[in-house]
Design a protein around this ligand. Structure first.
Ligand code: RB5
Length: 149
């Protein structure tokens, strides 16, 4: 299950992604917003990311105007590694190297076609582990309040 979330600016893109053909067998749960009325992105980010951390959902896909505000909010949820991506390479390697569990998209930055490609590659790329696991462990250590130096 994939958690979806957006603010009002990301709402049209999120709606398009919900209609994305289910070619890779993915089910979505939408954590809002549910109308195009003003809705602040931190609320959607926290709701969707809490569902990832609880295990209800495997990953989150979040949309706002730039993809940035909602990614900053998502990264405040302990255990979330959120990446704002607008190119294929970044969406692929934030999975392969960072084990990102949240993809953030800017509805005012990219088109629907590219967004669907980024979702597909993000959801189908495996984390490579190895030396990258060491780095992810360091990120989690910072989150836990440890000093790396
Ligand atoms: C909303 O107008 C806009 O500021 C928001 O969607 C996002 O782009 C913030 O990062």
């Amino acid at each position: 299950m994939i958690a979806l979330g957006s603010d009002h600016a990301g709402f049209p893109l999120k709606t398009e992604l919900k209609n994305h053909p289910d070619s890779i067998g993915v089910k979505y749960k939408d954590f809002g917003c549910y109308t195009p009325e003003r809705f602040d992105y931190a609320i959607a980010a926290q709701k969707a990311c809490d569902a990832v951390i609880s295990g209800e959902c495997d990953k989150a896909i979040l949309c706002c105007g730039t993809g940035i505000g909602i990614s900053i909010a998502a990264n405040k949820v302990k255990g979330i590694r959120a990446s704002a991506c607008s190119d294929y390479f970044s969406a692929k390697y934030t999975r392969a190297h960072n084990d990102a569990n949240c993809l953030c998209l800017g509805a005012r930055v990219i088109g629907v076609g590219l967004a669907k490609e980024l979702v597909d590659v993000f959801l189908t790329t495996e984390f490579e582990g190895g030396r990258h696991q060491t780095r992810v462990n360091q990120i989690m250590a910072i989150e836990a309040g440890e000093k790396l130096y």
